[in-house]
Write a protein that binds this ligand. Structure first.
Ligand SMILES: [Zn+2]
Length: 189
């Protein structure tokens, strides 16, 4: 029997208790803040849905037993996408691989989270009956995205040098002003 889980409001406790996992491919339309990071190269860049980047994601719940204490609720999250961003050196589009691999442990309240945060490698979240996993995935990817995206080596600007060459050709083709003056002087009145 398959249970339906809504990632907009996931019951993490139940998800973890049954050690469930989910994965999929999700289009960027789900992630408005990631769309803001995406470079818009032109009006045709979103012509077809298949060309639009999508997020490859997976979540796994885990219940970890601790002797003498309540079981810990964990969620492991992996997400990855290839996001076209704007290169901050040449201002062209650069596709950046953004990926996150993070584990979360859920604690009963904010005070516990603050008290245990420094000693924990994992991220601590306060347990809520309904967790928005999409937001969590989006938060993680935004934090993993480069602040200053750049090409390793910026592509040569071919259209620019073509313009330059044409401009220089035009200069060469222009008649020498002194030669033109000499021609004028030779003309009889
Ligand atoms: Zn560049």
């Amino acid at each position: 029997m398959e249970k339906i889980f809504d990632l907009n409001r996931l019951n993490v406790k139940a998800f973890a208790r049954e050690h469930l996992s989910l994965q999929g491919l999700q289009g960027l339309s789900q992630f408005a803040r990631l769309i803001d990071l995406e470079v818009k190269t032109g009006p045709d860049s979103h012509n077809t849905a298949t060309e639009s980047p999508s997020v490859n994601w997976a979540v796994q719940g885990e219940l970890v037993s601790v002797s003498g204490s309540e079981d810990q609720i964990w969620l492991h999250l992996k997400a990855e996408l290839h996001l076209p961003m704007q290169c901050q050196r040449c201002m062209g589009a650069v596709t950046v691989k953004v990926s996150s691999d993070q584990s979360f442990r859920f604690v009963p309240d904010e005070a516990t989270a603050e008290a245990e945060d420094d000693a924990s490698e994992e991220d601590l979240l306060v347990l809520t009956p309904e967790l928005n996993v999409w937001e969590l995935i989006e938060d993680e990817l935004i934090m993993s995205a480069p602040l200053v995206p750049k090409h390793e080596v910026c592509p040569t600007l071919v259209p620019m040098s073509a313009v330059d060459a044409a401009f220089e050709d035009a200069l060469d083709a222009r008649p020498n002003p002194f030669a033109a003056l000499a021609q004028l002087k030779k003309k009889p009145n």
